[in-house]
Design a protein around this ligand. Sequence first.
Ligand code: CAO
Length: 434
Amino acid sequence: MSEIREIQVPDIGDFKDLPVIDVLVKPGDTVAFDEPLLTLESDKASMDVPSPAAGTVVAISLKVGDRVSRGSAMLTLQMAADSAPVAPASSASVSNVPAAVLPEPATVVAVAPAAPVPAPVSISPGVKPHASPSVRAYARKLGVDVTRVVATGKGGRLLREDIECFIKDALVRLDNPALAPNSAAGGLDLLPWPNVDFAKFGTIEKVALSRIKKISGANLARNWVMIPHVTNNEEADITGLEAFRVQLNQEGGKDGIKYTLLAFLIKAAVATLKAFPQFNSSLGNEDGEPVLVLKQYYHIGFAADTPNGLVVPVIRDADQKGIGQIAVECGELARKARDGKLGPADMTGGTFTVSSLGGIGGTGFSPIINAPEVAILGVTRSQMKPVWDGSGFAPRLILPMALSWDHRVVDGAAAARFLQHLAALLADFRRITL
Ligand code: CAO
């Protein structure tokens, strides 16, 4: 018989004694890895606590209204036979499961191919979504009609942050007539999303979106609609860099580090951001006036593909780290991302993002900016190409690069110079020391 384990509240940042506002499972329910088990509420947000493993709920250890902190017992779970162990097995039949760390909702990935991204959730006008009493009270207090709010919680439940998103969105629309519906200034007076019964046309299967996909979908849709994106393309000759990287890896070295192209890209991006500070900024607001917040730190996010969706872990202070250390940290963070173990601190504070599809393929794409950043670099697979050197064609390894940037902050000439600078660094990495 499979093992029964006690599941505890994971790392919830600095929060303590948070009230349980909803218990989403009951004894006998089967749960999948990452499926929300209960909802906690802080003064700032409500958060779903995901299951760290797949299995069947044996017993619930708490009820709505109880207060919990990291390590509080939530429930006991009979582990699914094929469930990956979430903790070193204890000799007892009931053991503690250490915290899987909750990703911070607002900072989960905001990059994707540039094809229009359908919102992963929908509003049914006039239909009241399921919401806890405290969320309803919160909506009433702020005068929000819950039937107009996009619910992103499990099973279409309305969360406190859905109300906040709705209000922020309304405020932005007030400030920006072009986004207001029915605006004389040409607003986004969109048709409702088509509600099609696909089963009429053939066999279908419905699959629930992962929590990460729901959150990232909402972020992507907002970023795509609200940021005036432009994408510039450039090619970098990385023949010498790739030879150097391969040589470093063949030497093996005492440290056994795998030097990745991504690590070199991050280092070169930092040097380029230093030369073009407006790309390392965010749009802010000071007394109602827009301001540009230029950051003097270089925290570089990188898009990581995981079974549950895209996330963007952040390499902090990349300017102060060597390429070896960046490569090691990228490897560790990518592993944590795939295991669903990234914590809020791993994903916050990014100032610029690199999205590398090179290991997979492609000749180009337009990444969506990871707001509140103002630019993102996308790279695809490098290829040997014949390049005219003045007297003949020489085989050179060419890396396609795409830079998406926010036209409220940057303009096309600056973006072209940024990419030229980056391409020159990648073509001759010695320039990085200048
Ligand atoms: N061109 C050619 N080959 C490349 C390359 C490029 N631009 N970048 C990487 N490669 C090769 C590497 O040389 C390596 O090959 P070897 O194993 O033979 O050495 C292989 O691809 C894997 O590379 P890697 O170990 O360096 O990993 P990575 O840096 O390519 O990827 C990570 C790491 C986390 C970026 C990746 O796992 C990932 O998640 N990528 C997807 C990101 C994504 O989805 N972005 C799109 C967001 S928009 O929806």
